[in-house]
Design a protein around this ligand. Structure first.
Ligand code: GLA
Length: 719
């Protein structure tokens, strides 16, 4: 025993002498790393910020092997030596050796960025780990950079962005399953020993079945206002994998990564491979605070024009589909003017002459205006919109091609297509070979020509309706393992060029609804289309799900005729929790409904800063009740908006009052009901009255009812 103690204290003193401690810190969080005596890098702590970081052990065993091996929480563990659980890095070296072992070399910490350099002791391979902290938002982004100097290429078969460790008795994972018209559906399960992954292999319309977000409740399931929760995502518009492995000692390791499936990447010498960013926060007050961390960070640092305003719009897709001509669209443009929105958005169906785009079976790839539908070209429509004081937006899907197109006839070698197999068409289309620079050039020029010829076009709806179904790139030849990664990089090259050349053009990210939703894409695009499903009941769940990670500012929400049994008011109140737009046959509305819409647009002009730039508080969950309520508080705390919905209440259900959050307890707020139908007045007993923030947050107001599909909007102004 004495002997053991002696060895232990010797180890600790060696560690104390030689350890390099690295503290990555925000206002509330500490992530601590340290080197072991033989120079490997370990995580020692991830949790609430410490007062001091002295005396942290350099090693926390995750194994039962006492032979002196360092089975700690290695920050970037690699395959082939002593790592017995998930890897961050797996390399096949030039000589066929499958092992890598990384040692700490050096690190720098400047402002909010930490860069740590690791090196293999036997092969010329180097990994730089990057961490950037956003102290006030309590967000940490991290990624890695792999480079080698071997004579010939090496092969990467696993290349994670990062790995994080947590230690507790219970962990609960909330994930966000999706499908077309059913995006971001939340479910929670306890993680048990072994491994769970959430991932996508779809290539392009990549988040169609799973959104790239995770919430890990530590000790207890993630809940809105209480408990510790790690919330993370990956900034990558391609295949991703987030894995959660509990080892034999009950330690959870979370690995965020490009999905290595079918992606054994050939890496040339001296060429850095930069992984996408893992973005995470740790909240000690439930997912509500974690969401606000993400919203505040993303608006300020991540999203294109995150601090700028957004354009309201009228889209023609739901009212016309492909069936329109110049006269019909001219009417729609005048309707947009009558509605007083900022922009008219022309959807699919405007292009193709030899193969006109009259349905989804032809024309993709031929981006010339259809002259028989629109004899005065795009310019004619743009001119009409400009005369009406409107901006103009345009639908494009430039990464795709229908085999029935002039582009495909001219360049059959520009599509992803298996050489020896019959192609599998998804929505009658094929995906272009974006790793090919000639194809990137073509896509960029297509968009640049449209925007240069029509400088009034201020907005693109960038769609992507097919996953990669034929994963062979004629351009890449024998390097097919690079396809999924180089595709995404090709897309980023195009977006970067567009943003550099046309910085004022906003892009809506769309992929048959919310099939593309990640923070890297949103650094090029100002917003995304969460779902083709605009039935307000379904939308409430979809918006609730996305709101966990995405601010209202990036979530387009349009009022349509889906579920016309829901009142126009109900549909409008739901859309007002996102970036408001219209996509309905406005001309066919009754005068009262038109008047209501016009008033709603005016209200929105005043409320936009509260919903899009304020703090969001989720109050009543549709997952656990028959109602839903959310309030937003303006950044200066002088105004707030409450949106409350009755979904499927039971007859004579016991209805609870709704308690606000985020108000100033000592301040007084005057409460008025807004967004009422013309010629009606509020029946609420508290309409026009003043309450303290304390009262509103502790006692609350009776805004919920037992009426189905009923909604209430309250506006609060501080006295
Ligand atoms: C996708 C989009 C829709 C619409 C159609 C047009 O499905 O999600 O909003 O633009 O394409 O084909």
């Amino acid at each position: 025993m004495k002997h053991t103690l002696y060895i232990l204290s010797a180890i600790i003193s060696v560690a104390t002498v030689y350890a390099t401690d690295i503290r990555i810190t925000t206002d509330d969080i500490d992530l601590l790393l340290t080197t072991s005596p033989n120079g490997r890098l370990y995580q020692t702590y991830l949790g609430k910020k410490l007062l001091t970081v002295e005396n942290l052990p350099w090693q926390q065993s995750t194994g039962s092997d006492n032979s002196g091996g360092e089975k700690g929480w290695e920050v970037y563990p690699s395959r082939g030596t002593d790592n017995l659980f998930d890897d961050a890095l797996v390399i096949e070296h030039n000589d066929g050796n499958l092992s890598t072992r990384l040692y700490y070399q050096s690190h720098t910490q400047r402002d909010s960025e930490t860069i740590i350099t690791l090196k293999d002791d036997a092969y010329p391979v180097e990994v730089k780990l990057h961490y950037v902290t956003y102290p006030h938002e309590n967000i940490i982004t991290c990624w890695s950079e792999i480079i080698h100097h071997e004579k010939k290429p090496i092969y990467l078969s696993t290349y994670a962005s990062n790995m994080l460790y947590l230690k507790d008795n219970h962990y609960y994972l909330t994930q966000f399953n999706s499908d077309w018209a059913k995006e971001a559906q939340m479910s929670t399960q306890e993680l048990l020993p072994g491994k769970k992954t959430i991932s996508s292999k779809l290539g392009t319309r990549v988040t169609m079945y799973e959104e790239p977000f995770f919430e890990v409740g530590i000790g207890t399931p993630p809940s809105e206002d209480e408990g510790t929760v790690l919330m993370g995502t990956i900034g990558w518009t391609g295949n991703f994998q987030e894995s959660f492995e509990i080892d034999n000692a009950g330690v959870l390791r979370i690995t965020t990564s490009i999905n290595p499936c079918n992606s054994r990447y050939t890496l040339q010498s001296n060429t850095p491979f930069v992984t996408p960013q893992c973005i995470f926060t740790l909240s000690f007050e439930g997912v509500g605070q974690g969401s606000r961390n993400f919203h505040n960070w993303s608006r300020r640092y991540a999203v294109k024009e995150g601090m700028g305003s957004r354009l309201t719009l009228l889209n023609n897709w739901e009212s016309t589909g492909f069936d329109f001509d110049q006269q019909r669209l001219t009417e729609v443009i005048h309707e947009a003017k009558d509605l007083d929105v900022d922009m008219f958005l022309l959807d699919d169906g405007w292009f193709g002459n030899k193969y006109p785009r009259n349905n989804d079976g032809a024309g993709l790839g031929d981006w010339d205006v259809n002259r028989s539908k629109l004899p005065d070209g795009l310019q004619g429509l743009v001119q009409t919109a400009t005369t009406d004081g409107l901006r103009f937006g345009l639908w494009v899907e430039p990464e795709m091609v229908n085999p029935k197109s002039e582009l495909y006839t001219k360049h059959p070698d520009w599509v992803l297509q298996q050489p020896n197999r019959t192609p599998y068409y998804y929505r009658h289309q094929l995906v272009l070979d974006l790793p090919n620079p000639a194809v990137q050039e073509y896509v960029y020029n297509t968009i640049a020509t449209i925007l240069t010829t029509n400088p009034q076009i201020r907005y693109l709806k960038w769609d992507c309706n097919s996953p990669i179904t034929n994963n062979y790139s004629p351009y890449l030849g024998k390097r097919q393992g690079n396809l999924y990664v180089d595709y995404v990089r090709g897309l980023y090259t195009i977006w970067d060029r567009i943003n550099t050349q046309f910085p004022d053009v906003y892009i809506m990210l769309c992929a048959g609804g919310g099939g593309r939703c990640d923070y890297k894409a949103l650094s090029s695009c100002t917003e995304f289309w969460p779902s083709d499903n605009t039935d307000p009941l379904d939308r409430l769940y979809i918006q609730w799900g996305f709101s966990q990670f995405m601010p209202s500012k990036v979530m387009c929400a349009h009022i349509t005729s889906w579920n016309s049994s829901a009142s126009l008011k109900f549909r409008t109140d739901v859309a007002m929790m996102g970036k408001l737009g219209y996509d309905l046959n406005y001309g066919s509305l009754s005068p009262t409904d038109k008047q209501f819409c016009q008033q709603a647009v005016q209200n929105w002009k005043v409320w936009q800063p509260i919903v899009l730039d304020g703090q969001q508080y989720r109050l009543v969950s549709p997952y656990t009740s028959n109602h839903m309520a959310v309030n937003y508080v303006s950044s200066d705390s002088t105004q707030a908006l409450l949106f409350a919905y009755d979904l499927f209440p039971r007859f004579r259900e016991n209805i609870q009052s709704v308690k606000f959050k985020g108000l100033i307890p000592t301040a007084s707020y005057r409460v008025t009901e807004e967004n009422l139908m013309p010629n009606t007045s509020s029946q609420l007993p508290f309409h026009g009255k003043t309450f303290s923030g304390d009262y509103l947050m502790k006692v609350g107001l009776d805004v919920c009812t037992d009426n189905r599909m009923h909604s209430t909007v309250l506006y609060l102004r501080r006295d």
